[in-house]
Design a protein around this ligand. Sequence first.
Ligand code: NDP
Length: 462
Amino acid sequence: MSSFDYDLFVIGGGSGGVRAARLTAGLGKRVAIAEEYRYGGTCVIRGCVPKKLFVYASQFPEQFEDSAGYGWTVGEARFDWQKLMMAKDREIARLEGLYRKGLETAGAEMLNTRAELTGPHSVRLVDSGKVVTAERILVAVGGSANPHAALPGYEHCITSNEAFHLETLPDSILIAGGGYIAVEFANIFHGLGVQTTLIYRGMQILSRFDHDMRQGLHEAMEAKGIRIILQDIIEEVTRTPAGGLLARTLHNETIAVDQVMLALGRDPNTSGLGLEAAGVAVNERGAIIVDDFSRTNVESIFAVGDVTDKVQLTPVAIHESMCFVETQYRGNPTSPDHHLIATAVFSQPEIGTVGLSEEDAAKKYPDIEVYRAQFRPMKATLSGRAERMIMKLIVNAGDRKVVGAHILGHDAGEMAQLLGITLKAGCTKEDFDRTMAVHPTAAEELVTMYTPSYRIRNGERV
Ligand code: NDP
């Protein structure tokens, strides 16, 4: 029996922390997990899950419209924001309950308090002031929305946190940023009938994505009526006597809106965590530095998920935790595999992607083939909706492997998950070609693009 209070102490009850605590407790270890807010973390409480519920809610107006082409007459549609909020809150509470139940069943001790490190093996429970010890400590405290405190008037703005709890749906909103959150919320608010403007500093939204996805989504969003301002930033936000907001931009435009939402990235939650006391090294962004096995520079302290600022995605945090448990408690050293992570942007239309963008592939390989299809999905024929799907496969001509797959359109996220398996398995273009199509689907395009649309040799399109 060790002299520590616990074998493992987990700080943070989000996706990464809960998985590690549950699995380790399930192995018969003495585990405690501390969470200062609600179990489930960003993903369940104020991220992926409520966001996706909002996405579903915001898609109905288009579906009502589309149904007309299929013979339906739908009566007057009305939307009740409060009703959606209550339903969403119920579902989140249910999921939080499941997280708690899983921990309880596994035998982990749940502590509803903030916890801070006081040394390599010790943690202070902030609510009681009690200090407890553990052989190993796992930091899984995640990240939080960058409040952009340098912006004059930032205190008038909301982030995604508050967007999940707005008392009323605004008539108009200005969203700053061009990443996942900005783009997803712009589509959500627009779908719910809010006059929506997106402002982004770069040349095109979604800077790290394939150019066809970026351009295609931009055009689709504008066609719906979302205003997108590029190469500009908000310089100041002021509140008017009437209670509205005025946002002044660098290029001297003044935009009057009900809400301004900042979606300018997320920062690791390490402030005041006691990392210095424990001697844990952080990088210039305050993220905990870990090696390939989630080890910090302090032998007994580990970190997973957004707090390490490697890849800010829920499945990545979960995977890192599973590898941590495998390595530390099952005697099977396993390093998280961050290569080829499939991901989706739940915009409308959606983006699903895995592997290299055309631009990155062209930098990495001397000769690539690009297979590209742009077409009207079958559902849009009768609905009359002027939407286009884009599908792209990027092939390294050297070894014929598909190194990138990108989809813009309905269910792109679902398709990306399956494409992820094929890229992970190292499938070649010929593997795709000899795969029978599922007909009639949009996805069949992925196995019927037989001829390259163009090649890029040594950076030159030919
Ligand atoms: P992102 O990193 O995706 O985007 C941040 C955006 O803010 C970028 O467009 C960036 O511009 C811009 N930006 C950053 N700093 C400034 C600044 N000072 N002034 C103006 N613009 C600025 O972060 P998000 O907040 O959208 O999302 C956080 C993370 O959460 C994502 O990285 C993602 O991994 C995860 N997430 C995943 C989702 C999913 O899987 N569907 C959904 C939501 C979030 P630039 O590009 O020029 O740097």
